[in-house]
Design a protein around this ligand. Structure first.
Ligand code: AVJ
Length: 328
């Protein structure tokens, strides 16, 4: 470490053992449920993270580009409204978006700290190290945790901008979302701000196409969760026997990704001593990705005691950035 430069500090609240226990729980519960499901968190091993990165470059997958466009234009306005000296980033944000925010915050005022928060230890260290190289005066305090459980471990103090980008909030059910907004609000001070990126409801064909590309990258990403379960828990899924399905649930206003058994499948999960039957045509629900209207998001935030400062992107109707602060 160069003298005079800020150090990288990593707080680990989620060990490899905790993660494994969580996967065991999720597989045991999800595969024995009448409607089989597995949380989307488990897509993201090294291969899955690489496939997601590939998805963000697909012509059909518009949200990443839409969010980056908005940040490129509005990061200075966000920095000015938030007036923050600390950026907290929830979830695995692509680093180029982080840089847009950090640069704007630095140009605007006294940027001191960056707190990336993620479940993946390795990902965090790599990302945080890269940021430190570019912003050598920044104090980087990385936190390894699960935003469903460890929001209260995020360092407080100073004036913080808490960013939750990429539309990841869409992976939560309305109940989980409500709980998340409420828990987050409880950890925030009167001068902190919350920046959230959400995909918007739009032409259904366009949304479905973003989750069902003709090159099959999203299908490979979807099936990868079976390979993760095979490797981590000694299961014997044959991914080739499952079709990738992306469908729009109009009642819930979300995309569902499913893996549909092409024929009857008998799957053994060795480490859980568990045998699972998939009937032909039976689905495993692997992800929901909720889409919003600006009005609905504002209502949900207000219900969790947030006040909306500004929304960007609502006019184009493609993607939305929202800045809010706790109502005190
Ligand atoms: C990373 C959760 C925002 O829901 O659009 C992309 C994940 N799934 N293609 C999304 C994803 C299929 C993505 N998020």
């Amino acid at each position: 470490m160069t003298p005079g430069k800020a150090a990288l500090i990593v707080d680990v609240h989620l060990s490899a053992r905790d993660l494994r226990a969580a996967l065991e729980d999720d597989v045991r519960t999800g595969l024995s449920a009448p409607e089989k499901h597995i949380p989307p968190l488990w897509f993201y091993d090294e291969v899955g993270s690489g496939l997601f990165e590939e998805i963000t470059h697909l012509d059909e997958y518009y949200p990443t580009r839409a969010e980056r466009r908005l940040l490129t234009v509005f990061a200075p306005a966000i920095a000015e409204l938030a007036g923050a000296d600390t950026l907290v980033e929830l979830g695995a944000g692509a680093c180029d978006k982080t840089r847009l925010l950090l640069s704007a915050m630095q140009a605007h005022g006294p940027l001191r700290r960056y707190v990336p928060f993620d479940v993946s230890d390795e990902f965090l260290r790599a990302a945080a190290t890269g940021i430190l190289e570019e912003f050598p005066d920044l104090g980087v305090r990385a936190v390894v945790g699960d935003f469903g459980r460890h929001l209260d471990r995020i360092p407080t103090g100073g004036q913080r901008l808490v960013a939750f980008l990429g539309g990841t909030i869409g992976n939560l059910t309305p109940m989980q979302r409500r709980r998340f907004f409420f828990d987050l609000n409880c950890t925030m001070g009167a001068n902190d701000h919350f920046l959230i990126g959400t995909d918007l409801v739009k032409d259904t064909r366009r949304i479905v196409a973003a989750y069902d590309d003709p090159g099959g990258v999203t299908a490979a990403f979807n099936r990868n969760v079976l390979l993760v379960i095979n490797r981590e828990l000694g299961a014997d899924f044959d991914p080739a026997q499952f079709d990738h399905v992306a469908l729009w649930n109009a009642a819930e206003q979300w995309i569902e990704m499913r893996l549909r058994a092409r024929s009857r499948q008998l799957v053994r999960v060795r480490d859980l001593d568990m045998d699972v039957v998939f009937e032909a045509g039976e689905d495993l629900l692997t992800e929901i990705s909720a889409k919003f209207t600006p009005e609905r998001l504002e209502r949900e935030l207000e219900r969790a005691d947030f006040v909306v400062d500004a929304m960007w992107g609502a006019d184009e109707g493609e993607y939305l950035l929202t800045l809010a602060h706790p109502y005190c």
